[in-house]
Design a protein around this ligand. Structure first.
Ligand code: ADP
Length: 415
């Protein structure tokens, strides 16, 4: 019969843990141990032990607090908890009883008598604080102690939180400064490379590998890409810090979408995709930051390109719904699992194998940094809009496709 009796022993001192376990196991008890209070609560919920032996001086939540918590959990309320502790201050026994223990065994345990002490608690033995006045006093003292500990914990948390915020701000400031520092020389290199590119006397052609024109063309392309990566990292940092400044003006979304498509073509993509555009002509202008909105559209449309195999189609459909404009970017690509449809907007969240990472913004499944959609969401929400995705799921054979919806308020365009 005793074989089935399960005892949870909460103890952070390894030598006591080993001793108690040995003594109880040799008597046929099943013993589960854990060293900290929070996991004791979880294990007790999962294992439903017949008895809990509780060391009082454990870190985090102490044994008194774990016992009080256990007394509030349905299904564990009746499980006897016995304090096993070396604490020998006056009133320790009474404090343990006030916290909800049914008994008290002092450490070091008496190896010979210990199993029968445990058995007596299993058979219903309950210790009590004899006098009702004394009991009330200990309860008051215990509740004061709980409030003190709570206050202490809240102060610690507030301190850590302030420190974390300080470190987070330092990180963001560093990224923003580093981003700007990198951007300045890159803009200069990009500008000079473009001057060379526009020079009609530059020998060779973009197809002639190794010729000066080919090399300059590659340099322009590479610097442009580098600039975009830095832009994305900067944007994530600014969005995180709630510091994304928007300089608003009336924006014609149709022109913006066409610019994205032109730039995709210019980036040398030969992905054989069928682009169709519907309803953008009729859309009113929206009040927005055209550079930022371009970045958001670029990220969403290049994703549609990246996750749609050759021969697929990408439709960009616009419509006005009352005071908002909705743009749907619909692809016939690999689709996205329902579980991932919210998470892909988190920064650094990528679904692809990172080995497939490619610098190309348009290669099929050429995954990027995992910040594109976080940036798009930050920008769209910064405009008071919304962005979300709909897809039946992910299937690289059936290609269910995905539709990204972008909703933007028109705003007061006449100002
Ligand atoms: P990345 O830079 O890796 O493309 P994003 O933030 O732009 O990062 O996208 C996050 C993830 O969402 C991508 O890794 C990809 O798996 C998935 N995803 C984004 N757009 C699409 C799409 N149109 N079709 C399928 N999967 C997509």
């Amino acid at each position: 019969m005793e074989q089935a009796i399960k005892i949870l022993y909460v103890e952070d001192d390894p030598s006591s843990e080993v001793l108690v376990r040995r003594v109880l196991e040799s008597e046929g008890f099943q013993v589960i141990t854990t060293a900290d209070g929070l996991s004791a609560i979880e294990i007790a919920k999962q294992e439903s032990p017949d008895l809990i032996l509780m060391d009082i001086n454990i870190s985090g939540l102490d044994g008194y607090e774990v016992t009080t918590r256990l007394r509030t959990i349905e299904g564990l309320r009746q499980v006897p908890v016995v304090a096993v502790t070396a604490a020998t201050l006056q009133g320790d026994r009474e404090r343990a009883l006030a916290a909800g223990c049914i008994g008290y065994i002092s450490k070091p345990i008496d190896v010979d008598g210990f199993p029968s002490q445990v058995r007596s608690f299993l058979c219903g033995n309950r210790e009590e604080i004899e006098s009702p006045e004394e009991k009330a006093e200990y309860l008051v003292e215990y509740s004061h102690r709980l409030v003190d500990r709570l206050e202490e914990k809240i102060r610690e948390l507030e301190k850590s939180n302030t420190e974390l915020q300080r470190l987070d701000k330092m990180k963001t400031d560093f990224i923003v400064i580093a981003g700007h520092e990198l951007r300045t020389p890159i803009t200069a290199i990009y500008g000079y490379a473009q001057i060379l590119e526009y020079n009609s006397e530059l020998p060779g052609s973009v197809q002639e590998v190794g010729s000066p024109r080919y090399i300059v063309d590659r340099m322009v392309e590479a610097t442009w890409r580098l600039n975009r990566v830095i832009g994305d990292i900067l944007n994530v940092a600014l969005i995180d810090a709630d510091k994304l400044d928007l300089s608003k003006e009336p924006v014609v979304l149709k022109s913006l979408v066409y610019k994205v498509l032109e730039d995709i073509e210019r980036s040398g993509s030969d992905r054989k995709l069928d682009f169709r555009i519907k309803g953008l002509e009729e859309l009113p202008s929206v009040m927005g930051d055209s550079t930022r909105l371009y970045e958001a559209m670029w990220n969403v449309i290049t994703n549609a390109v990246k996750y749609t195999p050759d021969g697929g189609r990408i439709w960009i459909i616009g419509r006005q719904i009352e005071n908002t404009v909705q743009i749907a970017v619909q692809d016939s690509g690999i689709g996205i699992q329902p579980d991932d449809q919210e998470r892909i907007f988190d920064r650094f969240y990528v679904l692809h194998d990172t080995n497939l990472h490619r610098s190309s913004k348009t290669a099929f499944k050429g995954g990027g940094l995992g910040v594109g959609l976080a940036v798009a969401r930050g920008i769209i929400e910064g405009h008071g809009g919304r962005i979300w995705v709909e897809s039946e799921g992910h299937d690289e054979e059936r290609l269910p496709g995905s539709t990204f919806h972008i909703l933007l308020p028109i705003g007061n365009v006449s100002t």
